[in-house]
Each structure stands twice: as structure tokens, then as C-alpha cells.
Design a protein around this ligand. Structure first.
Ligand code: NAD
Length: 428
């Protein structure tokens, strides 16, 4: 079993104990209901064939009145256990924020950097074809995927197009996070990053003047940065392996300018920004750089990959005066780093709460299709803020009720108690 899966299973067991759920029910909640494993055979641009492994985990449908939700990613380290761990995270997340959805997740083990755009599109079509029999019936879909690492609205459109070809008619509701031309929701794309900052604001009172460090400047990271910047926060550093490494400026990074440069210059964006604006750029450790310079950070936003925040990284950030962490990425913090933050009074908003704006936005995309209404981006984001604020209040109250300062443990315990209650009312 991978570390990530072992960690989330241990979290569910700890939460179950705290919420006083019986051991047999906790074991039932821990395990996925099914995991699909597929071999996708892709015909490459040069005519050769390559084989890619892919998975979809349906973790829990006990609360899935409107289906199971979870993104699918394309990355070289995707594997079965990671997919199951991420699906378990979705089960906790949807229960915690009170959405009538179950938890799922998917992934294709492939390095998108080594594939052409049309090869990636064909891989997404193969994935859709493999999943098609397991998504439920048109009009009553039971698994509705969404974007995740290295997948975006374009890939959702390709997925929906393939399902539509297979089933006949336009089955746009088989995914969320679609382009607006295909029934996507204004504000769904920005909802995850927006929520990451809305929660940081609830924890800190205000983001105005806070010094920020961030990992990842993709879908989640870009919109987190836009929101934090608009709320008056100052970015000291952003680290993104796909954009050239670390960008660092003690005077602060101009986020609107950086967003434009990323659109224009892609992987060389940080280099271009640094040369134009006098910032530092390169493959160095921003934590060491800041410590040497006697710098400080107040807020850390991990918005990239899993398990990037190690104990050593946490120790350095504590020494830099860190006060708040809002986890945009799923599972970015190792348990040792988590303990380090807790022991040093750093308020950590866990992924199952911090990035739940994404699934809340997805749920609104599904509701919009059902009600045929067209909200604006502002209306979507304010509704997301409402859902997250209620969840924040429930989790902070749960901290008092369960006698813990850990928002992660209290949130997990609250979610597991709701899932256990649903199992009981269904007679399990
Ligand atoms: P993305 O592919 O759009 O962006 C990820 C960015 O992180 C890219 O710019 C990439 O270059 C960078 N990156 C990758 N590995 C890195 C590393 N080790 N260190 C620094 N930078 C790295 O993906 P995304 O949709 O923004 O997802 C990011 C995280 O947020 C994932 O953990 C995902 O599961 C989680 N998440 C996404 C959503 C969503 O709506 N897209 C919702 C909830 C959670």
C-alpha cells in the first residue's frame, strides 16, 4: 500500500474513533466500493502503439444522491493506490461540505510533456470509452468526472464528445468543468482557487498585507493568486516546476502582469517575468533563500502536487513566521509536516475543506443544467463562498466539540460521522 493511501486510511480510522463510530462501520467506510483498472492502447502520431495504465476509483456512494464526483488527472506517477486515496478524500470532502455526492477519482499514468496535444486528446477519448459502461445511464449518471492535474475544460469537452458519440445525442452532463460553450458554468474554473483564498480569509480575518508563498500556478494556483492579490495580499514567491522553478521577489510579484506573461510565454514565463521585472528566478529553494535574507511569510498556498510539504519544509516555514496554510492541492502535506504546523500554532486549512470550492462549483454546474439557469461568475463564486463559510463554521465548532485544534482531524471526524449516519439510515 502506498504511503498516501495508508495515510488517508489511518485518518479515517482516527476520525472514526473520535466520532465514536463502530470499528466495523469505519472499516466499511475506509475501503473503496470498486476500482476499475484499464490498459489504454494509444496509436501515436508516428504510427507506433503505446500502452498506458489508467484507473477510476468509486470510493463511496452512500451519500451519492446526485452521483459520485472526482476529477481525473494525467501524470507520470498516477497509480492505483494514489487514485483510491484521492477518491477517499473526495468522499470526506463532499460529506464535509454537505453536498449530496459520493467520492470518486481517476487518472491516466502518462507524462503529458512526452505526448503531442492530439495524442493527449486521443488518450482522453480512450479513457472515456473505457469508463463509459461504468458511468451510469444517461439522465441518471452515477459517476461524473471533472478536471484535475494536467486536465482542463478542453479535455472535459473531449471526454463529453466521446461519451456523446458512443451514446448518441449530446451527453454534456457526463462531466463538469466543461467550457461554457458546452454547458460549462461561468466561475467553475476559478471556484477552486477562489475557495482556497475565501477560507484563508475566514481563518486570518483579512488577507490584506499578508506575505504569501505559493506552490503551483496551474488552474487552482492562478485563481488563488488572482483572488489573494485582489484581497491585498503580497506574493513573495511562487514555485512551479512547469514554469521554470522558483520566482522570488522581496518587493512582491505583480500577479496580473504574471498571469498575462504565463498566457503568452508558457514554460518560460518565470524567466521572462524575472528579466523584465528584476525578480529572481531559477531552480533554487525559496525557503532557504528567504531564511538567508531574513524574510518572512504569513500564508502558504500549496496548489501543485501531492506530498510536496515535508517535515523539513514545514520547519523552515515555521522559522519564517508562517501563520496560515490553505491546501489547494490534494494531500500536499505529509503527516510529519502536519504535526510540525499543529505544534507551532500554524492554522492549516485541510484540502478536504480548502479546495472544496471546486466540487461545490461542479455541483452548481450540475444544478444549473437541471434548472436551465445561467448564473454569472460572480454569482457562482458568492454561492461557493456561502457553502464554504457554512462548512468552516461547522469545522471550527467541531474542533471545540471534539477537543482538538486540528481542523483536519475535526473535519475528518465530522465527515465520518455524517457518512456513518447515512449508512445507518440506509440500514447498513
Ligand atoms: P494543473 O495541472 O492545472 O496545475 C498544476 C501546476 O503545478 C502546473 O503549473 C505544474 O507545472 C505545477 N506543478 C506540478 N508539480 C509540481 C511540483 N512538484 N512543484 C511545483 N509545481 C508543480 O492542476 P490543478 O487543476 O491546478 O491541480 C493542482 C492540485 O489541486 C492537484 O492536487 C489537484 O488534485 C488539486 N485540485 C484541483 C481542483 C480543480 O478544480 N482543478 C479541485 C480540487 C483540487
Amino acid at each position: 500500500m502506498s504511503n498516501e493511501l495508508a495515510v488517508i486510511e489511518a485518518r479515517i480510522r482516527d476520525a472514526g474513533k473520535l466520532a465514536n463510530v463502530s470499528d466495523d462501520l469505519v472499516e466499511l467506510i475506509t475501503k473503496p466500493i470498486r476500482v476499475l483498472e484499464m490498459s489504454l492502447i494509444l496509436k501515436r502520431d508516428d504510427g507506433q502503439r503505446s500502452l498506458f495504465s489508467a484507473w477510476r476509483a468509486h470510493h463511496s456512494d452512500v451519500l451519492a444522491v446526485d452521483g459520485m464526483k472526482g476529477g481525473f488527472r494525467i501524470a507520470p506517477d498516477v497509480n492505483r493506490d494514489e487514485t483510491v486515496a484521492l477518491a477517499a478524500g473526495m468522499t470526506i470532502k463532499t460529506a464535509l461540505v454537505g453536498l449530496p455526492l459520493g467520492g470518486a477519482k481517476g487518472g491516466i499514468c502518462a507524462d503529458p510533456k512526452l505526448l503531442s496535444e492530439s495524442e493527449i486528446d486521443r488518450l482522453v477519448r480512450l479513457y472515456a470509452r473505457g469508463l463509459n459502461p461504468h458511468l451510469g445511464e444517461t439522465g441518471n449518471l452515477t459517476d461524473i468526472p471533472a478536471p484535475d492535474l494536467n486536465t482542463n475544460p478542453h479535455h472535459m469537452a473531449i471526454f463529453a464528445d466521446e461519451i456523446s458519440r458512443l451514446r448518441g445525442g449530446l451527453v454534456a452532463g457526463c462531466v463538469t468543468g466543461k467550457p461554457t460553450e458546452l454547458g460549462g458554468l461561468p466561475g467553475r474554473l476559478s471556484s477552486t482557487g477562489f475557495g482556497v483564498c475565501a477560507l484563508a480569509e475566514l481563518a486570518a480575518g483579512s488577507l490584506d498585507g499578508l506575505l504569501v508563498a505559493q506552490e503551483g500556478f496551474g488552474n487552482v494556483g492562478r485563481f488563488a493568486a488572482r483572488t489573494a492579490h485582489e484581497s491585498g495580499a503580497r506574493y513573495v514567491t511562487i514555485y512551479d516546476t512547469g514554469l521554470g522553478g522558483c520566482l522570488y521577489s522581496k518587493a512582491g510579484i505583480d500577479i496580473p502582469a504574471l498571469l498575462e506573461i504565463v498566457d503568452e510565454h508558457g514554460p518560460r514565463a518565470f524567466e521572462f517575468y524575472a528579466s523584465q521585472r528584476g525578480a529572481e528566478f531559477g531552480d533554487f529553494s525559496w525557503r532557504d533563500e528567504l531564511l538567508k535574507a531574513g524574510g518572512a511569510i504569513d500564508l502558504f498556498l500549496p496548489c501543485a502536487a501531492s506530498q510536496t510539504v515535508t517535515h523539513g519544509a514545514a520547519e523552515k516555514m515555521v522559522a519564517l513566521g508562517l501563520k496560515y496554510v490553505s491546501e489547494g492541492a490534494n494531500n500536499p502535506t505529509t503527516p510529519e509536516a502536519d504535526r510540525e504546523f499543529l505544534e507551532n500554532g500554524v492554522v492549516l486549512i485541510p484540502d478536504v475543506l480548502a479546495n472544496a470550492g471546486g466540487v461545490a462549483g461542479s455541483y452548481m454546474e450540475m444544478s444549473k443544467a437541471a434548472s436551465m439557469s445561467i448564473p454569472t461568475e460572480h454569482e457562482t463564486l458568492e454561492a461557493v463562498r456561502g457553502i464554504l463559510t457554512t462548512a468552516w463554521e461547522h469545522v471550527t465548532s467541531a474542533c471545540d466539540a471534539y477537543g482538538t485544534k486540528s481542523l483536519r482531524l475535526a473535519g475528518d471526524a465530522l465527515a465520518i460521522s455524517k457518512i456513518a449516519a447515512a449508512h445507518k439510515v440506509r440500514g447498513w
